[in-house]
Design a binder for this molecule. Structure first.
Ligand code: OAD
Ligand code: ZN
Length: 244
């Protein structure tokens, strides 16, 4: 482990006035959330890329909802870990802080974070395929097929699927934070799904000091100023300086 790297990052964090964080499934791994890629990333022989698409939902909504029910069941029992709570503590020290997450698990909010940009939506929200209404829905399991209480049409998860565009206001909020931050932490993401995969480079290009925390190298590793190899729940509290 590279302790010099951690000291450097801590010093940079002390000086930073504006901090952004980009997280992926790895930040929730130690809460028990399965990651999408790698071992354990399969469900009934389907890959996330085959289920999280508008085409899969059009073909077989019950299959896709079955997968989301499995994920809802898993997530309903889980709690934020020390990476989530350390990021909330960091937010409390800074006037300008933005947490950009690809995760739909809502664990950052449970961990106390407030200024959150959810790039890919939230698993506890549903959207009507007829009238477009978005509702919170915490049913576990959700009745299949779920229907809209306003218009009766089929409900879908309020999640951005492969092949779908992110919401304009969400993308704008993320890029505004990336462009004005002095320091970006990129935690637990494989860096292969766009547009998040380009965000480390965008912040770097705008002058930020960029730090990656991951258990292994990713395409972002060649872009960042500092790579901290290790588990998020262990490394993020060390970097942020909580639990000392
Ligand atoms: P991935 O599953 O692709 O990658 C998880 C990353 O976390 C990998 O780089 C792992 O090495 C790393 N990792 C695993 N355990 C870790 C730990 N304990 N500490 C630190 N790092 C760890 O997840 P994402 O990059 O989030 O999209 O995937 C991006 C998107 O693809 C997801 O948001 C999802 C998926 O399809 C949607 O749901 C729309
Ligand atoms: Zn409706």
């Amino acid at each position: 482990m590279n302790n010099n790297g951690i000291e450097e990052v801590r010093a940079r964090l002390e000086e930073a006035r504006s901090v952004a964080v980009l997280t992926g499934a790895g930040v929730s791994a130690e809460s028990g959330v399965p990651t999408f890629r790698g071992a354990g990333g399969l469900w009934r022989n389907y890959r996330a890329e085959e289920l999280a698409t508008p085409q899969a939902f059009a073909r077989d909504p019950a299959l896709v909802w079955g997968w989301y029910n499995m994920r809802r069941e898993t997530l309903a029992d889980l709690s934020p870990n020390s990476a989530h709570t350390a990021l909330a503590a960091l937010e409390g020290r800074l006037e300008d802080f933005t947490l950009i997450t690809q995760n739909v698990d809502a664990l950052h909010a449970m961990g106390g974070s407030r200024r959150i940009v959810e790039l890919h939506g939230n698993i506890w929200r549903v959207r009507c395929t007829g009238c477009g209404a978005v509702r919170e829905n915490r049913d576990v399991p959700i009745a299949i097929p779920p229907s809209c209480d306003k218009c009766g049409a089929l409900l879908r998860p309020h999640i951005v699927w492969f092949g779908e565009a992110l919401q304009d206001d969400v993308i704008a909020a993320a890029y505004a934070a990336l462009e004005r931050c002095d320091l970006l932490l990129v935690i637990g993401t494989s860096g292969v799904v766009q547009p998040a995969a380009s965000m480390a480079a965008a912040a770097k290009g705008a002058g930020a000091y960029v730090v990656e925390v991951n258990i292994e190298a990713t395409p972002n590793t060649t872009v960042v100023d500092q790579m901290i190899v290790g588990r998020a729940a262990e490394m993020v509290p060390l970097i942020v300086g909580v639990n000392r």
